[in-house]
Write a protein that binds this ligand. Structure first.
Ligand code: ATP
Length: 295
């Protein structure tokens, strides 16, 4: 697979604040990379360096094998950044047309309105759009030049559930067409649904890098919990196949083990008398919090 973005030992220092610290990573063509981490971790600064909007203090950034501030690179990028600025007194359709005019082979107005879910807003003044609609306009503008590489910095903040659905369906379709997508978000369900690869950033450093499953498995703590309806000793529970740990409070029991299917098979096979059985799977949010606190 070809790398579209290469970061090699990249740091960014603002006065005496190190926002990004020796970050190296490659982004493969046709993939969705999610950069996640707490507020102030350095995600937006990293995206801005990939876009050529901020120069690294040290290290190298290459996009399509070139410096990101080259015109030929910029023509192939689209970005939806956190600030949504709306040009006063222009209609949604007029702003989209203005952005289309910057590119040699823009997408059509019809395509852009459909992809962003703004069909009903073409003739509305941009200043009268809701917060979520302004984010969608920002998405339409990012796509105006039919970009090969798309940056989405916290794209769905302010969008309602159905807008989010339209948004992620469009992003998935873009990936299926071979577009490369770099995403930052604080919504872990979105990362689990869309990302091919996740890089966790904390204090400007990459502290984990892998697929969603790989990241989750580094900290996985799956369990089944239930209420005993008859006496069973803790020794018996501890000795069951697949059980790594037992937490018990009277007749409330939680059995931990990597494979919850095996835990259920085991408790059925050993006729453990129980009610209110629940399966508890660790999620990406748990993994993120654990990895951050351990770093
Ligand atoms: N222009 C700037 N001047 C000085 N410090 C800055 C500047 N931009 C960012 N920083 C600092 O760099 C650090 C990283 O900021 P950045 O915006 O990249 O974080 P982030 O991970 O995107 O955060 P969030 O999730 O809140 O958007 C923060 O401590 C921030 O205050």
């Amino acid at each position: 697979m070809k790398s579209v973005i290469e970061l090699n030992g990249v740091s960014k220092i603002y006065k005496n604040k190190t926002a990004v610290d020796q970050l190296s990573l490659q982004v493969e063509e046709g993939s969705v990379l999610a950069l996640i981490g707490p507020n102030g971790a350095g995600k937006t600064t990293t995206v801005k360096m990939m876009l050529g909007l901020t120069k690294p203090t040290s290290g190298h950034v290459k996009v399509f094998g070139q410096h990101p501030y080259e015109k030929s690179v910029r023509e192939r990028l689209g970005a939806m950044l956190q600030e949504t600025s709306v040009i006063d007194l222009m209609k949604t359709g007029e702003i989209i047309d203005l952005f289309r005019s910057y590119y040699k082979a823009p997408l059509s107005m019809k395509q852009l309105l459909a992809m962003s879910g703004l069909e009903e807003c073409e003739n509305k003044l941009a200043t009268s759009l809701s917060g979520g609609q302004k984010r969608r306009l920002s998405f339409a503008l990012a796509l105006a030049g039919d970009p090969h590489l798309i940056f989405l910095d916290e794209p769905t903040v302010g969008m309602d559930v159905s807008s989010r659905e339209v948004f992620w369906r469009t992003v998935s379709a873009l990936r299926d067409q071979g577009r490369t997508i770099v995403l930052t978000t604080h919504y872990m369900d979105e990362v689990e649904a869309i990302a091919d690869r996740v890089v966790i950033v904390n204090n400007g450093k990459s502290i984990a890098d892998g697929t969603v499953q790989e990241i989750k498995s580094t900290t996985e703590k799956n369990s089944v919990s239930f209420t005993l309806t008859d006496q069973v000793s803790s020794e018996v529970l501890n000795s069951l196949p697949g059980v790594d740990q037992v937490n018990r409070n009277g007749n409330k029991v939680e059995l931990f083990g990597a494979d919850t299917d095996l835990l259920i098979f085991t408790i059925v096979r050993h006729n453990i008398p129980l009610k209110d059985l629940q399966i508890n799977k660790s999620n990406l949010e748990d993994a993120l919090q654990l990895l951050i606190s351990a770093s």
